[in-house]
Ligand binder design. Sequence first.
Ligand SMILES: [Zn+2]
Length: 256
Amino acid sequence: MQNQLALEFPSTTETSYTIRLSKRAKRLSIYLHNSGKVEIVAPHRASQKRIQTFIHEHKSWIEKNKIKLSEKSQFKDRSTRPDTISLVFLNKVWRVVYKPSAKKLIEHEDWIELPSEKSDTECVKLIAKWLKKKAEDFITPLMQSLSEETLLKYRKLTFRGQKTRWGSCSPNGSINLNYCLLFLSEDYVRYVLIHELCHLQELNHSRAFWSLVKSFEPKYKRLDKKLNDYWVNLPAWLDLRFEKAKGDQELVILNV
Ligand SMILES: [Zn+2]
């Protein structure tokens, strides 16, 4: 069980401290958050005087490291924030504009607006949601027509953003596709779809499977080989999808 209370700390600096009284804590610790919040965790029986003395003693250390941390995260933000999004499959490029007035992702003809107030991680999470919707809207019709063409019927189609797979097929006839396919050209997307459709009949990579693939896509070998290289071509900012949102992260710096 942990308690949280805000301590009115008579301070000459602008930093405000959040004091968390913890039953598990055995000593005083400082947590610097990426959001700039400074949290002091103290054993729940620690006196106010002890906490104040502790803060007083570590004040210059806190200020110095707060600046260091904010410089680091600002640099990271700048290097990862996307200015454009290019979806090769749709043959389309959007500019990305970060606006203070924006509350969510809004798509316009050739640009997207995103809230500048949100962290880059949060913005990329919004973009990921938008990508998923785009994949549902534009890859699904291709899947339907390929299913009719190959006479291979799937039960359900879903889109996700896995880190290492373009697609997968389960024994119950569900196919899952990676929405990052939108960053590839149509011949590769078409190949991935055919590959997964063929797994409906052959749930393995046997000779029978590959000859079925070949009957629908004679160039399958070249496409399959090159697909593995395409992971590195995905925009680096996409990785932010997997990060915790800013402010969730805690960095333990000091134990006393
Ligand atoms: Zn496969």
